[in-house]
Design a protein around this ligand. Structure first.
Ligand code: CMC
Length: 374
């Protein structure tokens, strides 16, 4: 008799596919073989987007073309702009983004099918997502949306479209870094969701909408907002230290900590934390770093649970004066490139995802007549 397949809750440790896009090798995150540490130092988001979508880093000309393509695709359809104006003000930003990506899907400017057409769609969705976030950001403030500016980098353009003024180098640089760090992470929940949708031979927009839904949750991308919500509760390091001990004694989850793949710490968090410390110093935001460290210390020293990228990222965005509800959308603005690369890959080596389950419901029984049911 053949052995029953094994069950792994949360698919932990299960290999669900092959990929050439990203991996964690001995605790180090690689995009197409390049360590994240080096990419963070030497490349900008558009170079990383190109790397993920094409497989190799761009040369100068290819980078210029990628930037032009993003700029060309940044204009939102009128239908999206008018929907953004009419959605309830209190609507969650991730829900708005999910709906607007779905809506803009009806105005797909790319013709045809196949890998190259989908790669162009990936650029188009990358551009549209930033424009949607920025337009909603401004409309909520009672301001008119501002179109993208030719010649600006993607991160700078995103901030420009939000604030209507060009960001400083420091602001654009640190947002660009967060986009680089957030762009790809192999078979994480949202990428897997996008791959599952693609495996049914559905389309790229549907797969991206599914990815947004998965990323929204506080155990995944929503953790950058949840971490900042937590930090915001305290006015001093002592207050935060007292709270975290109590929370841990009650077995509460501390947002922005822990990771399925990294047990000894998330590289991305270390890279971003270094920049966060520089930023906080420049802004004289010492108290925020006291609070940040007060929560981190017992997590690392006593629980051996390390910060993930969302922990420093929440505070970085906060210190840049970005409203908390755009933090997870900004994660989407980056991860769209990783999702797209995986969608392209899934299409080539496709087998529909269809796992099994352990059935624990009632045994077989017959259907009682309506009149006999309690
Ligand atoms: N706070 C307190 N305890 C934790 C935390 C945490 N953040 N993370 C893990 N633990 C504990 C967990 O309770 C478990 O304890 P025990 O063995 O006593 O039951 C132990 O550590 C092992 O954790 P796990 O449940 O096996 O971890 P997992 O691989 O199932 O889940 C995780 C990983 C990221 C969902 C989880 O660590 C978590 O919920 N973290 C908080 C949310 C968060 O920051 N998510 C962002 C993830 S990284 C970037 C991204 O995807 O956005």
């Amino acid at each position: 008799m053949s052995e029953a397949p094994s069950y792994s809750p949360g698919l932990a440790g299960v290999i669900a596919g092959r990929t050439t896009i990203g991996c964690v090798d001995q605790g180090e995150l690689l995009y197409r073989g390049y360590p994240i540490q080096e990419l963070a130092q030497k490349t900008c988001f558009e170079e990383v987007a190109y790397l993920l979508l094409h497989g190799e880093l761009p040369n100068e000309l290819q980078l210029a073309v990628a930037r032009k393509t993003l700029y060309k695709f940044a204009t939102l359809p009128d239908a999206v702009l008018s929907a953004l104006r009419t959605l309830p003000k209190e609507a969650n930003m991730m829900d708005v983004l999910r709906s607007m990506v779905s809506l803009t899907g009806h105005f797909d400017p790319v013709r045809g099918d196949g890998e190259e057409a989908d790669r162009q769609r990936a650029y188009w969705l990358t551009a549209q997502i930033s424009s949607i976030i920025a337009a909603r950001f401004r409309l909520l403030k009672g301001l008119e949306p501002v179109p993208a500016k030719d010649g600006l980098g993607h991160a700078a353009n995103l901030l420009y479209m939000c604030h209507g003024a060009e960001p400083t180098e420091l602001e654009a640089g640190i947002v660009d870094l967060t986009l680089v760090l957030y762009a790809e992470h192999d078979f994480n929940a949202s990428t897997f969701a996008a791959r599952v949708i693609t495996s049914t031979r559905s389309d790229i927009v549907s797969a991206v909408v599914g990815g947004i839904g998965a990323l929204k949750g506080p155990l995944h991308g929503g953790a950058n907002e949840a971490a900042m919500d937590m930090l915001q509760r305290f006015t001093s390091g002592e207050e935060a230290a007292t709270w975290v001990r109590e929370a841990l004694s009650k077995k509460q989850l501390i947002m922005g900590f822990g990771h399925r793949v990294y047990r000894n710490g998330d590289h991305r968090a270390r890279i971003l934390e270094e920049k966060l410390r520089e930023l906080a110093k420049q802004l004289g935001a010492d108290v925020w770093m006291e609070i940040y460290d007060a929560i981190k210390k017992p997590m690392v020293e006593e629980k051996k649970i390390f910060p993930n990228v969302d922990y420093p990222c929440g505070l970085v965005y906060y210190l840049l004066n970005l409203p908390i509800d755009v933090y997870t959308p900004l994660f989407v603005a980056a991860r769209i490139t990783g999702w797209s690369a995986h969608i392209l890959e899934q299409k080539v080596d496709d087998r529909i995802f269809r796992p099994l389950s352990i059935y624990e419901g009632p045994k077989m029984r017959s259907v009682p007549a309506l009149k006999d049911r309690p």
